[in-house]
Design a protein around this ligand. Structure first.
Ligand code: FES
Length: 211
């Protein structure tokens, strides 16, 4: 399958390369793979990895090694909305298995399968750093190519809420990102702060003029 960066993405690739010394072009492998994946609707065929290898002037195997190591790079087709359920311990304790089951049942797919209409796929990811708002999913939205690509977190989920979120995407709506618990503000506790209730005192300062 012939593959090359689009004209717009050739410009973006140049801009990405400008962040690195010209003799270390290979350091740009991850952002360039990311750009290629966005352009290709969420996954990386061998020809896209070869195109990245050409840009950074390395043997293709060097790019395959990176693309197959990181789970953020997909080596098979995904849906326009790729739903990644966090499966690490804090999210698991808070019900991530129920979230995944609700998604798979609602969409009628197995993990890593794409729905027949090509709209959705469900994968698993390890901790994405939102454990305080567990359980959570990340949604990679490839529905608008690399120009409109977004990657958002939906947190404090219940099985019912995650299905509502899927249906909002189906209608072309963008669900509010972050916590889905209306009683919380971002990562704050449900019933207001329990500590740090006033501004902290500044650290004591030595009065140098008094010396
Ligand atoms: S364990 Fe799920 S975000 Fe950290």
């Amino acid at each position: 399958m012939p593959w090359e960066f689009s004209e717009k993405n050739k410009e973006k690739a140049k801009e990405i390369l400008s962040h690195y010394p010209s003799n270390y072009k290979q350091s740009a492998v991850i952002p360039l793979l990311d750009l290629a994946q966005q352009q290709h609707g969420g996954w990386l065929p061998v020809s896209a990895m070869n195109a990245v290898a050409k840009v950074i002037e390395v043997a293709p195997i060097r790019v395959y090694e990176v693309a197959t190591f990181y789970s953020m790079f997909n080596r098979a087709k995904v849906g326009k909305y790729h739903l990644l359920v966090c499966g690490t311990t804090p999210c698991m304790i808070r019900g991530s298995r129920d979230i995944e089951d609700a998604l798979l049942k609602h969409l009628g797919v197995k993990r890593n399968e794409v729905t027949k209409d090509g709209m959705f796929s469900v994968g698993e990811m390890e901790c994405m750093g939102s454990c305080v708002n567990a359980p959570m999913i990340a949604v990679a939205d490839y529905s608008n190519g690399s120009e409109g690509y977004t990657y958002n977190y939906y947190e404090d989920l219940t099985p019912e809420r995650v299905v509502e979120i899927v249906e909002m995407f189906r209608k072309g709506e963008i669900p509010p990102v972050g916590t889905q618990n209306k009683k919380r503000i971002m990562s704050g506790p449900e019933d207001g702060n329990t500590s740090l209730l006033s501004d902290p005192k500044p650290p004591p300062c030595r009065d140098l003029n008094a010396c």
